[in-house]
Design a protein around this ligand. Structure first.
Ligand SMILES: [Zn+2]
Length: 460
């Protein structure tokens, strides 16, 4: 199988030029002007932007949480991702406290293998660090190609590890060549505020927001950064939302420390005023919550300053019926919102087309950096000879409207209903196959492959 993409304007994190791309099998064989090759399929990309497939390193598919499961499976979630131009996702395996990492991995493999449509990898969430787990860290990295370990500084009794475990885990992960990622919020402060609001009869979604003030995130981000500095372990803060937390990272740069920072598309575009819509605010109940306009300004600036390297989604959809579990108690609303399909087009429309970030920066934060930081580069995240032919074609002028009536995620509302965007993903190739074209998916369930990742090199 061979494909020739002609006359496209190719954008990578570093380059911007017009050329043809010749693909044989699953990878890019040649890039050049007016390539004289014969291909079985020819795509004319004149007038379109040709970019690497998106890499979303933060999604939760078919995940058990708060007594239910997130509503996108590995099939529906990765297919929706492809429609929006994301060709690779990294999902989270959650260790159960009292059980092993391997047991959790077996469970997730059962759900994902043979069902994913797009490519995927796993982070391993360590929720119970002990002598047995310590042995497994090396096995995850060396045998399974799972090189990043997620930790929670909140959700005590379910997912949280304490600072003692965090320190020990970081020492081991550093030794084995991995990376520790963190949900950095102060769980004890939040638990106190949740209980306080409930005891006062304050039960609406607004109180989810008011139970997680900025300080809970700023404090934990600083503490995580300090432990990472002490242990020398590469650290990555997931879904960072606010000025106080980013300033903690900024402070760390003053002692020459590097901590990777991810934000998510919703924190750049939506704000906490949505929680004032009575129970409808449940659609945006997620942790950390949406913040204030000043925090959006901080995050956009952070991207351009290079302090924020990645824009992900934390895609964790729940149907309305599931959200209703918290009808009378905000603390029972399953946390998360659907976004896996829209990240690339939202960031393009609101970031590139509105002049907030450059085209190169767009590719950098949505494709290249996530691949590089998590050990998939240059196989994923760029357009280069030898890389996987994961390529998207965007019409930068085409207007369209986001809606539950047209999205492909398995959820019965849109967090962005009626939002008009400029710039549409037209064609998507995944490992050399045309996966999306003319608004249809042309690859089947099971086409998605598990991507084993390399050890972490702390650059980028
Ligand atoms: Zn998450």
């Amino acid at each position: 199988m061979s494909v020739l993409i002609k006359n496209g304007r190719i954008i990578t994190a570093a380059d911007d030029y017009t050329a043809d791309i010749f693909i044989t099998g699953e990878t890019i064989a040649a890039i050049g002007r007016n390539l004289s090759v014969s291909a079985e399929q020819v795509i004319d990309a004149k007038g379109l932007l040709v970019m690497p497939g998106g890499v979303d390193p933060h999604v939760h598919l078919d995940m058990p949480f708060m007594g239910t499961f997130s509503s996108d499976t590995h099939e529906t979630g990765t297919r929706a991702a492809l429609f929006g131009g994301t060709t690779t996702v990294i999902d989270f395996v959650l260790q159960k406290q009292g059980h092993s990492l391997h047991e959790a991995l077996t469970e997730w493999n059962k759900r994902a293998r043979g069902t994913a449509v797009g490519d995927y990898s796993f982070h391993m969430a360590v929720t119970d660090y002990n002598e047995n787990t310590k042995q497994e860290i090396r096995e995850m990295i060396e045998q399974e190609g799972i090189t990043s370990f997620k930790t929670f500084m909140a959700y005590k009794g379910a997912l949280m590890i304490d600072d003692r475990q965090m320190t020990a885990l970081m020492q081991e992960v550093k030794k084995q060549g991995g990376l520790v990622t963190v949900h950095a919020t102060n769980g004890d402060m939040i638990d106190y505020l949740v209980a306080k609001h409930k005891s006062e009869g304050k039960l609406a979604p607004l109180y989810h927001y008011l139970s997680q003030p900025e300080v809970t995130e700023a404090e934990a981000s600083a503490r995580f950064t300090d432990i990472a500095n002490y242990t020398g372990c590469p650290g990555y803060i997931v879904h960072l939302t606010c000025e106080g937390a980013l300033n903690a990272v900024r402070n760390a740069t003053r002692r020459n420390q590097k901590v990777f920072v991810e934000t998510c598309i919703q924190y750049l575009l939506l704000d906490a005023s949505l929680y004032e819509k009575d129970f409808e605010g449940a659609k945006w109940v997620m942790s950390p919550p949406l913040r204030e306009p000043k925090d959006q300004a901080t995050l956009w600036a952070g991207i351009n300053q290079g302090l924020v390297q990645v824009v992900a989604t934390d895609h964790c959809p729940f149907k309305w019926e599931q959200k209703l579990m918290g009808r009378n108690d905000f603390s029972k609303i399953p946390n998360g919102h659907p976004a896996i399909e829209h990240r690339m087009e939202l960031l393009f429309s609101e970031g590139v087309n509105k002049g907030k970030i450059s085209l190169n920066k767009y590719v950098e934060v949505a494709c290249t950096n996530p691949a590089r930081i998590f050990g998939m580069f240059p196989r994923k995240g760029t357009i280069a000879v030898g890389s996987d032919a994961d390529i998207i074609l965007i019409n930068p002028q085409e207007k369209h409207t986001l809606s539950v009536s047209s999205h492909h995620m398995n959820v019965d509302y849109s967090a962005y209903e009626g939002k008009e965007l400029t710039g549409k993903v037209k064609t998507v190739l995944l490992r050399g196959k045309i996966a999306i074209d003319r608004n249809t998916c042309q690859v089947a369930k099971g086409y998605g492959q598990f991507i084993k990742r390399n050890k972490i090199v702390q650059t980028g």
